[in-house]
Design a protein around this ligand. Structure first.
Ligand code: ACM
Length: 773
């Protein structure tokens, strides 16, 4: 078959990369930051007025509180004793008697403060925190952040007046304990961290296909059977599934213990009981709640675990939720509702009949019927239902809150319907299971990557909403799904420091946010605290750009780390640096002889021994590759195709490519319809718009080879200095249709070649007009 209508994407990625790194490598010296207007506090407070002087806190500092038994005050007392070795007594404060020295915690004057607000004043003699309930607690958290990381008998606190209150009333983080189970002390550690950063909601994803984690007394098999799976790893093509039992669950006493621990820190715990899908664990325990029996010969059917919308199911779920609501005082109850594969409903006579009976026109309306019934039950108990944004499909339940995760669209649509929304899009850095950079050195994680800055820069209030609609945005949260989070160390790595950025998004008004101050200055205080607590975290790399290639003959490097006491090591021999390599002390200048290459690799190692991933700059002293003189090019590319099974694009050099045609773009998708396997070679010229370094990458280097002017681009050498004009381009690509056997690893990557032009700032598709033959 030949065609000249093939269409395919060459996406032109825009690129900040090269320019940013050039400035990093040549410009800055390791500077001591200018005085920090926020005194290292995260999230940045609404107003900070620093004055000269300091308060010295010691074991002799008198402390007075309106209510010494108030939970915020008790928290401070315990913190001083357990974390700082101060056993100060806390006496009762009488607002009518003026206190001239010491620390005063009072609600006197708090009525004038915004919700959850506080005022903290430090003078050389006296510290006053004015606040009530959560406000007082947050004032205490700010005070704690002002205490030095290092313990001493006399701790110096800067004199300052801080007035502060949150931007959003809902500030959350979700933890999935189904894919991997975390114990009560581990869950408490996460909650304590949320509280320290002024988040007020812990969304506990207690139920999913991989495990039911909450004891329900009426249905003991939920945890006896559903709490365990015969597989320690979450299977995908990187982790080989075993057949060992894995699991765990929380007793109802455990749940009460966690809920109290959270409430003592002004954190509301929202339980999530997934329905109608993500319910395999429950359905393993109670298979009678399925529409059809499980089909062991068809495992893909087994993962579509969805309840059948029978009266038996509704009774079961109402009984479950009754016990759940007895354990969780939360006003909000989350019922999931996401990613329901409705095939079992399509194949069920019961469901098809139900649709006729209830006048439901499709399975989405069945889901809406399901969720609306549950909402009625939840509302009847005086609670409000939350669901993931799929609950919009088929009609939103009347009082539901929508948690927007697929993107911002669900939240926007719900706000326009005057429903409250919580913004936690997977597209804006709120998914903490995503990688933290594009480097292959990152530990195995999920899907795309979301760098710290992306999390930080997100604004939950979409500009697409009118001021009236914006009022429905309750706030934001980060989500940690735990398919690839089997340990506490990995959990900490995934959320830190992105949790700090989330806290600032949720708390701080946009006009007070400043990424550079956050990342380059204030994080130092918090990394110092994490080091002291021996928490894991992702150590920022010594350059913002992780891997790149630069052309030139002289380079100067000034790598930096915001982590207090961290050291930077580097190599010039291509190895990833260790603490036995060269230690960075002052700017490193490297001269590259003509037509030679060098590599500069660097990494940060912190005082506790934690390492950043290594950054790599390949420096190449070579001139621009001149353009080809080729006058009469016609738009498009030539290509040759051969129908055969190939395992490497190299093999295409040894066969005769039979079919030959032209195409306007690089695209093999059209050919796949008629060819279950083939190899193809494209040939022609690409028009380079200006002199510069062009960065090429491919979706899969095993399927595809790209040559520019005869040079093969690889995973480690993917940039070329190209002069303006036409350059030869050749692409070899092989394809085999996926074979549908479980566990098979098949080659099915579409042909993708990306190119970054110098100075580009947005992703775009190459115009068909830049290819010639
Ligand atoms: C989700 O991430 N499936 C809510």
């Amino acid at each position: 078959m030949t065609t000249n209508t093939a269409k395919k994407v060459i996406s032109l990625f825009a690129a900040i990369t090269i320019l940013t790194l050039i400035s990093v490598t040549t410009a800055n010296a390791q500077t001591v930051p200018a005085e920090d207007p926020y005194l290292g506090i995260i999230p940045a407070p609404a107003s900070v007025k620093k004055v000269a002087g300091a308060f010295i806190f010691s074991a002799q500092t008198p402390i007075k509180a309106d209510w010494p038994a108030d939970k915020a005050v008790v928290f401070l007392k315990n913190y001083l004793k357990d974390s700082r070795h101060f056993n100060n007594k806390i006496a009762k404060h009488n607002p009518k008697v003026k206190v001239s020295a010491g620390l005063v915690l009072t609600s006197y004057g708090a009525d004038k403060l915004p919700a959850e607000g506080y005022k903290l004043t430090i003078t050389p003699k006296k510290i006053t925190i004015v606040g009530k309930g959560a406000g007082l607690f947050y004032g205490i958290q700010t005070l704690i952040q002002l205490m030095p990381v290092q313990l001493s008998a006399r701790e110096k606190l800067p004199c300052v007046t801080i007035e502060d209150a949150p931007r959003f009333g809902y500030r959350g983080m979700m933890l999935d304990v189904s894919r991997h189970f975390f114990t009560v002390p581990q869950v408490k550690q996460v909650i304590a961290l949320l509280a320290a950063y002024k988040l007020n909601t812990f969304h506990w994803h207690l139920v999913d296909g991989q495990g039911w984690r909450i004891q329900i007394k009426k249905y003991p098999k939920l945890t006896e059977v559903g709490g365990y799976r015969q597989q320690t790893m979450y299977g995908n093509n990187r982790d080989w599934p075993d057949s060992l039992s894995y699991g765990g669950f929380y007793t109802q006493d455990d749940i009460r213990d966690v809920v109290k621990f959270a409430a003592d820190r002004f954190i509301n715990v929202i339980p999530e009981i997934e329905m109608p899908a993500h319910s395999d664990a429950a359905l393993r325990a109670y298979p009678e709640l399925r529409c059809q029996p499980d089909d062991p010969k068809n495992p893909s059917r087994s993962i579509s675990g969805i309840y059948c919308p029978t009266e038996e199911t509704f009774t079961f779920l109402e009984n479950v939720l009754t016990e759940v609501m007895e354990l969780f005082p939360s006003k909000y109850i989350h019922v999931g509702g996401d990613e329901a594969n409705k095939q079992p409903w399509k194949e069920s006579a019961f469901v098809q009949n139900l649709m006729k009976e209830k006048g439901l026109k499709d399975e989405k309306e069945v889901q809406s019927y399901f969720i609306q019934r549950m909402e009625k039950f939840i509302n009847g108990k005086g609670r409000t239902m939350i669901g993931w944004d799929e609950i919009l499909e088929g009609g939103l339940a009347p009082n539901a809150i929508v948690m927007s995760w697929q993107g911002e669209e669900g939240g926007i649509a719900a706000a326009r319907q005057h429903h409250n929304v919580i913004m936690t899009p997977q597209t804006t850095g709120n998914y903490f299971d995503h990688y933290q950079s594009g480097s292959p050195q990152e530990p195995v994680s999920f899907g795309r990557y979301a760098v710290l800055k992306e999390t930080y820069e997100y604004d939950p209030v979409s500009k697409q909403l009118t001021p009236d609609e914006q009022k429905y945005v309750m706030g934001t949260q980060g989500n940690l799904w735990t398919e690839y989070v089997p340990t506490m160390a990995k959990l900490q790595y995934q959320i830190l420091p992105r949790l700090f950025a989330l806290a600032e998004v949720a708390w701080t008004k946009p006009e007070n946010k400043n990424y550079d101050n956050f990342a380059d200055v204030r994080l130092a205080n918090h990394f110092g605290r994490l080091e002291a607590m021996d928490y894991n975290y992702r150590v920022p790399t010594p350059f913002a750009v992780i891997d790149t290639i630069l052309f030139g003959n002289k380079f100067t490097y000034t790598p930096q780390s915001v982590v207090p006491g961290a050291k930077i090591y580097y190599t010039l021999n291509g190895r990833d640096p260790l603490d036995t390599d060269l230690q960075y002390v002052s700017p490193v200048t490297i001269i590259i002889p003509a037509n030679e290459k060098r590599e500069f690799k660097a990494r940060v190692i912190t005082p506790s021994g934690r390492r950043s991933i290594a950054t790599r700059v390949l420096m190449y002293n070579r001139p621009l590759i001149p353009a080809t003189v080729y006058a009469n090019g016609k738009p498009g590319l030539k290509y040759k195709l051969v129908k055969g099974r190939f395992t490497s694009p190299d093999q295409l050099d040894y066969v005769t490519l039979t079919d030959s045609a032209t195409t306007d773009k690089l695209n093999a998708e059209v050919l796949k319809k008629d060819n279950p396997y083939f190899g193809i070679v494209y040939d022609g010229y690409i028009d380079i718009p200006e002199d510069g370094s062009y960065n090429f990458s491919q979706a899969s280097y095993t399927d595809t080879q790209l040559f520019i002017d005869g040079e093969k681009l690889t995973e480690t050498e993917y940039v070329l200095p190209l002069a303006k004009g036409l350059h030869k381009i050749k692409v070899k690509y092989i394809y085999q249709a996926p074979v549908q056997t479980p566990g098979s690893r098949v080659r099915q990557t579409p042909l993708h070649i990306y190119m970054i032009e110098p100075g580009e700032a947005a992703k775009g598709e190459i115009e068909a007009g830049s290819l010639f033959y």
